[in-house]
Design a binder for this molecule. Structure first.
Ligand code: ADP
Ligand code: ADP
Length: 227
């Protein structure tokens, strides 16, 4: 059974169709990228997968169970899907520790301390746990956001242009680091980007989105050699 199946989903707002009849499957541990120009609907698709927006038609199936379909949307918090979205910035009034521990509700203080320390190490940050988001660089903030999303140990992570506010070199370096973290932890991911080089570098499966439709879907090698 695939970890996630999109079955001919159409997404949009009110009566506006933004993307039409997308279908693809993601296996456990696989990293997919959706590549397309700004405004083509990448965020809209990701929000539908997260459960923030209902579908216009089609269905999304997680481990064989429908989580979105016509007239039914399982709430985001019941999907066990981690998100790193631009509008889910770090909580500015919470320390790094509390931001990361946000996803560890119900655990003891000692368990949280241990988990946060391990997560900081995973995302290669020194112990900045007492700092506040505004005291961190952009790259450090993105690493904290990643640690927060990974804290509940999701099987699937959604990343919406996670490093878009960083310069190109740092963005690509972080993208490669994220890939190795996800691979080491066996976490699947769907990342949207408009950066073709980044998409080819980090994805196992790559989707090209344009004119509201998935134009191509395949491995980077397949897409590279396809005219
Ligand atoms: P991308 O992530 O590829 O840049 P988006 O999914 O953000 O594209 O946007 C796709 C289209 O959906 C755009 O035309 C945008 O204006 C429109 N859109 C985004 N959010 C909303 C909304 N809340 N209500 C209506 N239209 C929206
Ligand atoms: P505290 O107990 O210190 O208030 P909480 O962990 O309950 O801290 O929440 C911290 C803040 O983050 C709250 O103001 C809450 O409204 C906000 N918050 C919680 N979840 C989200 C979210 N997914 N996106 C944006 N803000 C959120």
């Amino acid at each position: 059974t695939p970890l996630l199946e999109l079955r001919s989903i159409s997404c949009g707002y009110d009566n506006t169709v933004i993307t039409q009849q997308l279908s693809f499957q993601l296996q456990a541990g696989e990293i997919a990228c959706l590549l397309g120009p700004s405004g083509c609907g990448k965020t809209t698709v990701l929000r539908a997968i997260a459960g923030f927006n209902p579908l216009l038609s089609g269905s999304i199936v997680q481990n064989g169970t429908p989580i979105s379909a016509a007239g039914f949307t399982l709430p985001p918090e019941q999907r066990g899907i981690g998100v790193v979205f631009q509008d889910y910035a770090l909580f500015p009034h919470l320390s790094v520790f509390d931001n990361i521990a946000f996803g560890l509700k119900g655990r003891s203080r000692d368990e949280k301390r241990e988990a946060v320390a391990a997560l900081l190490q995973l995302v290669e940050l020194p112990d900045l746990s007492a700092r506040y988001p505004h005291e961190l660089s952009g790259g450090q903030q993105q690493r904290v956001a990643l640690a927060r999303a990974l804290a509940p140990k999701p099987k699937l992570l959604l990343l919406d242009e996670p490093f878009s506010n960083l310069d190109t070199d740092l963005r690509r370096q972080l993208a490669l680091e994220v890939r190795s973290i996800l691979k080491a932890q066996g976490i699947a991911a769907i990342m949207v980007t408009h950066d073709q080089e980044e998409a080819f570098a980090i994805s196992d499966q790559l989707g090209i989105l344009a004119q509201g439709q998935l134009q191509q879907w395949g491995t980077p090698t397949e897409l590279y050699y396809r005219p």
